[in-house]
Every structure is written in C-alpha cells, then in structure tokens.
Write a protein that binds this ligand. Structure first.
Ligand SMILES: *Cc1c(COP(=O)(O)O)cnc(C)c1O
Length: 348
C-alpha cells in the first residue's frame, strides 16, 4: 500500500528520476579492488565533509555501525550508548552477536546522556570488570525526538572518554539534519569522535548507502571487516552516484523538512487531546492519550486519508518529515488527525 503522506520514517522516500539518471550515468569499476571512480569520489568527499582522513562506503547504516564496533572494540569490551539508541535496539544485538561486545545502556532526556551519567558508567581498570571499549552517540537522536547533541554536550563526553582511553563513535544517521538545523558543520560535530557514519537513506533520500569515516588506520581496519561481513561490492558506483546526487541536491532542502515538522507540530498541538514534544529537526513525537485513542487506533484513523505515522508506545506516535512530504501533506495530516479524533468522539 502506498500512502499519500507516509510519515512513518524518512526512509520511505523513493529516488527521483534525476537521481536515477545520475545512477545510470555513473562511471563505474570494481569497488572491492578500489577501482570504482564514483565510489572513490564519494568517500573522498565524505571524508572531507566529516573532517576525517578517510572513509569507506557500505550498503547500510547498520553495517557502518557494526564495522565501527568491530574495529574499535575487542571481544569482552563494553559498549556504552543511550538506552533508546539504534545500536542497542534496532540492530539485532549485533554488538554481542558479531563482535562479542557487552553493552551498557544510559538514561537521559531526549536520547542524550550527561557527562555525569557517562562518568558513572566508565569502568575502572580492573581485571574483574569489563573494559569500557566504545561510547556511541546518536546525532540526531531518533527515539529522543530528533534532538541535537550540542557541541558542548558532545565535548563533555569526549573529554571523559579520551581521558579514559575510550574511543567515541558517532551514529550520524541524521547528522546532516543536525548540521542544517544548527548551522554547525558536520566536521565540527564529528571532530570529537574517532569515527562517524553518515546515512544516505534517511533525509538525504537515496535508496541505499552509508559511509564510515575515521583516521586512515581505522578505515583500513574497517575495510577488513567490510570484506569479512560481505559488504565489499563490485560496480557500486551506481549506488555511490545516488549518494553524490543526494549530497549535491538534498542537503540544504532539509531545512524545508524541519519547517514542515514545525508546522505539523503546531497544527497537531491545536487539536484536543494531543500533546506534542518540542521539535528540533524532522521528527514530531505526539502523545494522543488525551483523545481516548490508542496510538494504534489513532494511526488507523489516519489511513483512510492516505496518512501513516509510526507507533512508539501505547499512546505515543512519531511522524517524520522528508523529501516526499510537502506543505500540502502537512495540512492533509492535520485534517486527518482532526477527523480521527472526531470519529472517536462521535462513537463515545
Ligand atoms: C536508520 C538508522 C540506522 C541504520 O541505518 P540502516 O541504513 O537502516 O541500516 C542507524 N542509526 C540510526 C539512528 C538510524 O536512524
């Protein structure tokens, strides 16, 4: 089923004709042997963008994250991340299944943990204890509502991590949203991290692709894991061309997604029984408890209008704006929500 306004996730975008044209026109070669000029162009450009020495192209963000864990940790190490993070919740426990790495979940509002919380989680050097092996921060926070880690918040964690000899990985699935919303460059955000990944399938609108960036030695080691995991490709320039197209055309326009998210939040907040969380980027989290509807029933009530959101809790939903959502879709969504509530009231 295709939805007119699919707010389920910013992964729901479909490549445009122009992006597909760029893929068809790509100059290609054998990526596994370093012979694909388009992949080379993409990784050089991303290393630059992220302020790192080198970068490697992979099919998905999940592969980029696990390659960082495999490269930076040893079996028996402990990975520290927020309890709502993607790495701890949506990657099939890959840290333990593939890297032999234990995990430790930290709390904190909006997907962000404090330096104090992190300090308390750092392990002392003691052979009875796991070794703190990696700290992961998510920019922007997904289940935290699209919140942005400020440079001060990141640097406080990074200072403690460096002092303890613990590397930091930035899960930058939506780093470009953070950058466009704050005016802070991706390289500045990433400067605190030893490795950073950027996703092309979220707001940037490509059908696949991610890059992992770090220093040269780290990326060389990550390449070995890419090979082991089966992530080395052949004529991957057709994929990289979509990602380059996204960097050229779909970054600045993220500001429109943020405007649309704010408009949506404003419209929804005016409806009876809906509580909306603050919007920082392209995500709107809404609690519908006051309508008497469950999140599932509220979402179902949107479907006849061609609108869908994602369920995040008994009465909590998430709506994500993206390339395929325009201002008219925002109005459609607000009207659909109003109708879903009115239908419930009519039944009561
Ligand atoms: C989507 C996402 C990922 C994983 O990306 P895939 O390309 O779906 O594997 C990682 N982290 C965050 C925060 C995400 O939202």
């Amino acid at each position: 089923m295709r939805y007119q306004a699919d707010l389920y996730s910013d992964t729901k975008t479909r490549p445009t004709a122009q992006m597909l044209d760029a893929m068809v026109a790509a100059d290609i070669g054998d990526e596994q042997h370093g012979e694909d000029p388009t992949v080379d162009r993409l990784v050089e450009r991303c290393a630059d963008l992220l302020g790192k020495e080198a970068a490697v192209f992979v099919p998905s963000g999940t592969m980029a994250n696990i390659m960082a864990t495999l490269t930076l940790c040893r079996p028996g190490d402990e990975l520290v991340a927020h309890e709502q993070s993607h790495v701890l919740n949506f990657e099939g426990a890959n840290a333990s299944a593939l890297a032999g790495v234990a995990t430790r979940a930290l709390r904190g509002a909006r997907g962000i943990f404090t330096a104090g919380e992190f300090r308390g989680a750092l392990r002392k050097p003691d052979r009875h204890l796991p070794r703190s092996g990696l700290v992961v921060i998510e920019q922007t926070t997904n289940l935290g509502g699209g919140a942005i880690w400020s440079p001060d918040e990141i640097s406080a964690i990074s200072a403690l991590a460096r002092e303890a000899g613990v590397p930091m990985h930035m899960d930058g699935a939506r780093l470009m949203n953070a950058s466009v919303a704050s005016g802070i460059s991706p390289a500045d955000f990433a400067s605190f991290a030893d490795s950073v990944y950027l996703d092309f399938t979220k707001g940037l609108g490509a059908p696949f692709g991610a890059v992992l960036a770090g220093d040269k030695a780290m990326i060389d080691a990550a390449w070995r894991w890419k090979q082991r995991l089966g992530g080395s490709m052949r004529q991957a320039g057709v994929m990289a061309a979509a990602c380059l197209y996204a960097l050229d055309n779909n970054v600045d326009r993220l500001a429109l997604d943020h405007d649309n998210a704010r408009e949506l939040a404003k419209g929804l907040a005016e409806l009876p029984g809906i509580e909306v969380q603050p919007v920082e980027t392209n995500m709107v989290f809404l609690d519908v408890a006051g309508t008497g509807l469950t999140a599932i029933d509220f979402d179902r009530g949107l479907w006849p209008s061609g609108v869908r959101m994602s369920i995040q809790g008994p009465t909590l939903l998430r709506a994500v704006t993206h390339l395929d959502i325009g201002p008219a879709d925002i109005q459609t969504t607000i009207e659909a929500a109003s109708r879903a509530i009115a239908n419930k009231e009519a039944q009561a």
